[in-house]
Ligand binder design. Structure first.
Ligand SMILES: [Mg+2]
Length: 272
């Protein structure tokens, strides 16, 4: 009776890999999680070119994750627009402020990560839309996504008293960059989705560095993972620095700030 027992269940990492169309690096030395606007897309073009080239040459050593408020079609547009200056697709994408996770190569959503968020969002949109309709200072953004509602906000005209009324339905409201107003399933944000993804990746948290510039990045910085706040960060985010001990404030903007932060956190050897 040479029992080998039941076949081993696939690891979390294997389950994730099966839902992606391109292989992840086996043993990344760094997991780099970057916001897009103002961060990976920020800074002078020459510095962006240099940083994108560096990233492209280290695809096996650096597992790159976009973590953005943009939806998947808008991410596809950015990849196309900035391809001439060397921006390459990441390994993974967190989009819609944490409400979407997709394969970086195909931009196809990953059910393992998205289904639980979908379940939390179920029924909310129908209940919330009547409350949001015709609110002064709010105009819907053309975002092609479920699991969130996205608006442009004019803070001079917007009545913040609406926020508790919305949140009573089981959502979180997030104002970012003084111009974006997002309604997300309660507890779902860039930070929570990143932590779930890191569980599936089975990587050491010490190898993870996040980077961002606006208030929707605060949840990433609150995870306790190493973080880089680029020099051009919005003042309301900068004001949070004293309670974010794992976050480094870069002197440089955008891509140059990310590179500065990586060196600060001891990843200079990745430039060798
Ligand atoms: Mg940003």
């Amino acid at each position: 009776m040479g029992g080998t027992g039941p076949p081993a269940l696939p690891s979390l990492r294997q389950q994730l890999q099966r839902q992606l169309s391109a292989p992840l690096p086996e043993q990344p030395e760094l997991v780099l999680v970057t916001d897009l606007d103002g961060t990976l897309l920020g800074g002078a073009t020459a510095e962006r070119r240099g940083f994108y080239r560096w990233l492209a040459q280290r695809r096996e050593r650096v597992l790159h994750v976009f973590c953005t408020g943009r939806d998947l079609s808008s991410i596809a547009r950015v990849l196309q627009q900035d391809e001439p200056i060397g921006l390459a697709a990441p390994h993974l994408v967190i989009g819609d402020v944490g409400c979407t996770v997709a394969c970086g190569a195909s931009l196809v959503p990953v059910p393992l990560a998205v289904d639980p968020i979908e379940a939390r969002w179920s029924g909310l949109e129908q209940r919330l839309l009547p409350l949001l309709e015709a609110q002064p200072g709010l105009s819907p953004q053309p975002v092609h996504s479920s699991r969130r509602l996205a608006y442009s906000v004019d803070l001079e005209r917007f009545d913040r008293g609406l926020i508790p009324a919305l949140e009573a339905h089981g959502v979180d409201c997030l104002i970012s960059d003084n111009q974006y107003f997002d309604v997300l399933p309660a507890g779902v944000n860039k930070g929570s989705t990143l932590l779930s993804l890191l569980d599936w990746l089975e990587v050491d948290a010490a190898t993870v560095v996040t980077a961002g510039d606006s208030l929707n990045d605060l949840a990433m910085f609150e995870t306790g993972l190493k973080g880089v706040m680029v020099a051009n960060a919005e003042p309301d985010l900068v004001a949070q620095l004293p309670r974010l001990p794992s976050v480094y404030r870069a002197r440089a903007e955008g891509c140059a700030g990310i590179a500065e932060g990586l060196r600060h956190f001891g990843f200079a050897h990745l430039w060798d």
